[in-house]
Design a protein around this ligand. Structure first.
Ligand code: NAP
Length: 266
């Protein structure tokens, strides 16, 4: 992965406009939400390229997706914090897939809020993985999709980005930045035929939330994945809350005056 590969230099593979999106590039593929989404796409006979940092997990997931009906599954092992590898990684994946219909960005870390309060280096790590690395990948992917005049970029942000809370404001800041970037990207390239979807989950039962109090009440990952897969299939982009109840809940949270909000233990 030494050479930088410009999105504008990457050859455009053939595209059959008659089919629904079938070539998926999944970045952070071993995420609980991403894996559940990939199972839906596998059952539809999709071509899926998985990128993650654990070879064992990726291989197990690829074998599972093939059994579930995926037409083609390939993997690449990569630490997505390494920005210098992004361009060649994505060009390789798209070449292997024979084109790109959907890029799905699912990687992220919750981090440790108390540690981030004490150590700015940890705060910077959370911002790097959740914001800087996605910005790097999305900039390349957006230029690739604009060049081909189509494609969907689907990005997992979070309701946590909607208001800084004392319990997780560093993670929240990373997602607020990501949401603003993805929203702006959509406003730039929607008119170029590229759909950009900002996905804002509320709490979901995955490895990320496994240790959290009350997590038995969190959303089921398969239901969340079904909503996401349905939204991506529409190919329209936009902003989605998942489960949908989080849209009105966050409207209320945003409307609470600062003088009250700072007294809440949220
Ligand atoms: N679960 C929730 O309640 C919730 C709510 C809102 C938003 N989200 C967002 O949804 C996305 C998926 O979360 P999830 O719940 O599915 O969590 P998860 O199961 O913990 O998945 C996170 C994934 O990110 C990968 N990752 C982290 N840093 C990476 C790096 N440097 N390079 C490559 N991969 C990296 C992890 O890889 P490893 O497997 O190797 O660790 C893991 O596969 C995240 O962006 C998260 O912030 C989750």
């Amino acid at each position: 992965m030494a050479e930088t590969t410009s999105a504008l230099q990457t050859p455009l593979p053939q595209h059959d406009a008659s089919h629904t999106p079938k070539r998926y590039l999944v970045l952070g593929a071993t995420s609980g939400i991403a894996e559940a989404t990939c199972r839906i796409w596998a059952a539809q006979g999709a071509n899926i390229f998985l990128v993650g940092r654990s070879e064992n997990k990726l291989q197990a997931m690829a074998a599972d997706l093939r059994v579930r009906g995926a037409a083609y599954v390939d993997i690449a092992v990569a630490d997505l914090d390494k920005l210098e590898d992004h361009a060649s990684l994505m060009a390789h994946a798209i070449t292997q897939l024979g084109g790109l219909d959907v890029a799905y960005l699912a990687f992220g870390i919750l981090g440790d809020q108390p540690q981030a309060e004490a150590d700015a280096a940890h705060a910077e790590q959370i911002l790097h993985t959740n914001l800087t690395a996605p910005v790097s990948m999305l900039t390349w992917l957006a230029n690739f999709c604009v060049k081909q005049g189509r494609g969907t970029l689907a990005v997992l942000s979070s309701v946590a980005g909607e208001r800084g809370r004392k319990s997780n404001y560093v993670y929240g800041a990373s997602k607020a930045g990501l949401t603003a970037f993805v929203d702006g990207l959509r406003n730039r390239i929607d008119r170029e035929g590229v759909a950009v979807l900002t996905i804002k989950p509320g709490p979901v039962k995955t490895a990320m939330t496994a240790g959290m109090k009350g997590n038995e009440k969190f959303a089921d990952v398969n239901e969340v994945a079904k909503s996401i897969a349905d939204a991506i299939a529409k190919g329209e982009g936009g902003v989605m809350y998942v489960p949908a109840k989080w849209r009105p809940i966050m409207a209320v949270i945003r409307a609470i005056p600062d003088s009250m909000f700072k007294k809440l233990n949220l």
